[in-house]
Ligand binder design. Structure first.
Ligand code: PGA
Length: 252
C-alpha cells in the first residue's frame, strides 16, 4: 500500500514562497505505487498552490476547518470552502489547535463529521503530552482522543480516514518518538478503531501515520514499522531540499 507523506506548512511561508515550494514538490520523483505526497499550506495560499499543483499528483489540504457549512462564524472556514479552494484533505485537531485554541475532542468530532460529509479526507491528529507519558496516561489519552474524535462517524464506500499519531512532546522539538513506541501507539489506535468499526473497515478505510520531528534521517525507521502508513512532517516539509530528502528517503 502507498505510504502517505504529508507536509504541514503551519503558519509559515508567504503565498509566493508556498507556490515556489509547491512547484518544487510537484517536481519530486515519485513512485506512485509506493508513495503519495500532500501539502498543507495556510489558507490564503491555497488557491495559488492549487493552481501551481495542477496536473501533478500532489495532494492539497487545509490545516483546519469549521463544522458548519456556512453562517455567521467570522474567521472560520467551511469544508466546502476548502474544497472550492482545491483541497481534498484537511488536518483536524492538530495539537497546536488543541493547546493554543482550546479545541476539545467534541469540537474535533464535529469537524471530523463535517469534513467527511463534505467529501474531504480528514487527517485527525491525536497524541499525548510529556506529562501524560510521565503519568503513565499515554495509552488512555490516545485511545480516548481517537474514540471521541470518531464518535458517530460513519464510513462508506472507499472513504479514507487518516489518523496522525503525533506525540505533543515530539512536535518541533527534534525529540522524535522511538519507532518502537510509535509502533505501539499505532497498534493501540488501530485496536481502538477496530472496536468502533468493523475490522474490515478499520483495515480498508483507515490509515495511521506518525508525526513529530520526522526528517530524512529517521523516516525510514518509522515506515519500516508494522502499522505505520506514512508521516506528517512539519519543519522538514517547509524547505524544498529537506522535503525532497524526506520523500526520497521514504521511497528507499
Ligand atoms: P514537526 O511538526 O515535524 O516540525 O515536529 C509535525 C507537525 O506538527 O505535524
Amino acid at each position: 500500500m502507498q505510504k502517505l507523506i504529508f507536509g504541514n506548512w503551519k503558519m509559515n511561508l508567504s503565498a509566493a514562497d508556498a507556490v515556489k515550494l509547491a512547484k518544487k514538490t510537484s517536481a519530486f520523483a515519485l513512485d506512485a505505487s509506493r508513495i503519495k505526497v500532500g501539502v498543507f499550506p495556510s489558507f490564503p495560499a491555497l488557491e495559488r498552490v492549487a493552481f501551481a499543483l495542477k496536473g501533478s499528483a500532489i495532494i492539497l489540504g487545509g490545516q483546519d476547518c469549521f463544522w458548519a457549512s456556512s453562517g455567521a462564524f467570522t474567521g472560520e472556514i467551511s469544508p466546502s470552502q476548502l474544497k472550492e479552494s482545491g483541497c481534498t484533505h484537511v488536518l483536524i485537531g492538530h495539537s497546536e489547535r488543541r493547546q493554543n485554541f482550546n479545541e476539545t475532542d467534541e469540537m474535533v468530532n464535529r469537524k471530523m463529521r463535517a469534513a467527511l460529509a463534505a467529501g474531504l479526507t480528514p487527517i485527525m491528529c491525536v497524541g499525548e503530552t510529556d506529562n501524560d507519558r510521565r503519568n503513565g496516561q499515554w495509552s488512555n489519552v490516545i485511545a480516548g482522543q481517537t474514540a471521541k474524535g470518531l464518535a458517530g462517524v460513519e464510513v462508506s464506500g472507499g472513504q479514507e480516514i487518516v489518523i496522525a499519531y503525533e506525540p505533543v512532546w515530539a512536535i518541533g522539538t527534534g525529540r522524535a518518538c522511538a519507532p518502537e513506541d510509535a509502533r505501539k501507539a499505532h497498534a493501540l489506535i488501530m485496536n481502538t478503531v477496530i472496536e468502533l468499526f468493523a475490522p474490515s473497515v478499520a483495515k480498508n478505510n483507515f490509515r495511521i501515520i506518525y508525526g513529530g520531528s520526522v526528517d530524512a534521517g529517521n523516516i525510514g525507521s518509522y515506515l519500516f514499522q508494522e502499522g505505520i502508513d506514512g508521516a506528517l512532517v512539519g519543519g522538514a516539509s517547509q524547505r524544498g531540499d529537506a522535503f525532497a530528502a524526506v520523500v526520497a528517503a521514504a521511497q528507499k
